[in-house]
Design a protein around this ligand. Sequence first.
Ligand code: GLA
Length: 378
Amino acid sequence: MNTSTVKKAFADHFDGECAVYASPGRINLIGEHTDYNGGFVFPGAVDCGIVAAIRPNGTDRVRAYAIDLNRNSTFGLEEKDCPEEGWAKYIFGVCREMAKLGVEVKGFDCAFSGDVPLGAGMSSSAALESTFAFALNDLFADNRIDKFALAKVGQMTEHHYVGVNCGIMDQFASVFGKQGNLMRLDCRSMEFEYFPFDPKGYRLVLVNSVVKHELVDSPYNKRRESCERVAKTLGIETLRDASFEDLEAAKEKISEEDYKRAKYVIGEKQRVLDVCDALVRGDYETVGKRMYATHWGMSRDYEVSCEELDFLVTLAERCGVTGSRIMGGGFGGCTINLVKEELYDKFIACAKSEFAAKYGHEPKIYDVVISDGARRIE
Ligand code: GLA
């Protein structure tokens, strides 16, 4: 994340002093589509994200400059003032959601830039939301809003201003991230635990298919609706409380499609717990097996994978990679891979050449560095 570029862009564009804030994207070791089902997730923050330079401007308008797009947007702070540009809606949404918490958000100038690959399933949007939620809390609320509420502000921005009914995982990870640690979050009680993650002899690497997903108007919200329908039929609040037996017993009352969605979720919530136990024992083989099981569950039952990602996971399996799966909401993006050190070079070379031979471009590779969450840089 390049702080000096952002400061310079701010100075060129608006002149004068500014405060600088940053928030990261995230990985998720395991636990996909479990957050909005009251289950567990296991994310960590990464070393790429959004950096924003901000300064209150003494008016009731926001002047925002998206450095990477070279686009400007100016908007007011009332509900009716929602900007047209997709990227500006995130900033506007955060302002509105902070105001709903009683924060007196005033006008400001800002310039921001990011290095989370867009559409890669690494939550560039949560990074943007968390950066601004954190900054507005610092600038206009003396930091009285707690970190969970800041994560919620990002999530509610997605629900109310972007149209994605996401869970809390991405914003939670972006706000609470801690260097060298993954976090196991119980999305029902919101209790969480840091897990130091340093798998000796292994590396975590993301392979980005560069197939872009767009969660707005995508089947993401439909997946959530399926889960909610099944929970309702079972008479429970979320699938967190469902077992395979409950699902079998209700099979006649739900559609075949909803049955498959719920089957995946019920399996996934147990896989997160299995992975946590395995990590405590240093049993990375089990971690890897569960990752593969998640992938094929997401591909066949939840149906959020795509041909390119199935190809990458099959290739990983053939290369002897310990664990590999699609990461994030799905419909494109990255696989996350747990690879033994000695296999790393061979796997990456195969992934690049075989993927390119089939799809005409190489995938992009990111070595995972688990990093800190939202913060003021200066
Ligand atoms: C997206 C959503 C998250 C979560 C994941 C899938 O990233 O924003 O809330 O549901 O998909 O695990």
